[in-house]
Design a protein around this ligand. Sequence first.
Ligand code: ZN
Ligand code: ZN
Length: 241
Amino acid sequence: MTQVAEGVYFIEGQDESIPDSHAYVVGRPGSRDLSLIDPGLMGKGNYKIQSIQNMGIDLKAITRIIMTHSHLDHIGCCAEIREQIPWAELWVHDIEAGPLEEGDERTVYGMEMFQNMCMMQYNLKPGAFTFYVDRRLQGGENLDIGGMTWEVLHIPGHSPGSIGLHNRLEKILIPGDVVYADYAIGRFDLHGANGPELKNSLLRLAELEVNILLPGHNRIVKDLPPGYIAETARQWASYLA
Ligand SMILES: [Zn+2]
Ligand SMILES: [Zn+2]
């Protein structure tokens, strides 16, 4: 785990045959109101917790888990993590919160073939990803968390309840799987995905000032060129129509 900026820590995903999402911890260290963004894949809970402790962060200071979206590679180890920080609330966008509470796992797995494979490989029972959601995010909130302000953006298309977190002051964007480094974007063929919505979400993100891009996978970028997201949207526009 490394510090990307004041109050923003990065834990690199440990991909296996299935990718493991990056996790981020946000909040000023002294605030004792830290948020863990996206736990990651099944079996990665101890690795993520260890990484947090190795930075000298007290687990008791983590008060919530915020999901950029509820795909398996992001929520897979949520239960493992919550065993170690059971007091942490779970915050998810409204559209994906309902299915999570009802045990509807179509968005978690994305497609049936993948679901069958994962359930066998990881010995998962139906309903393994049923969670009570403490706060349903809508998009448009300015969250005052950990002594910092993060705006929630609802950016559907990769999944129906994808959110981005934008820190206007520090020009940091945590976009989940909507946009990556190197002009890549999230896939838009899974359950609840939608190409035109993804295009609109990219155009929405293109309006933000972003110097630091902290996506769910692949490289993080600390000196994003101006116009990067607009150019990414342009390159993908014909595929997303
Ligand atoms: Zn992902
Ligand atoms: Zn995803």
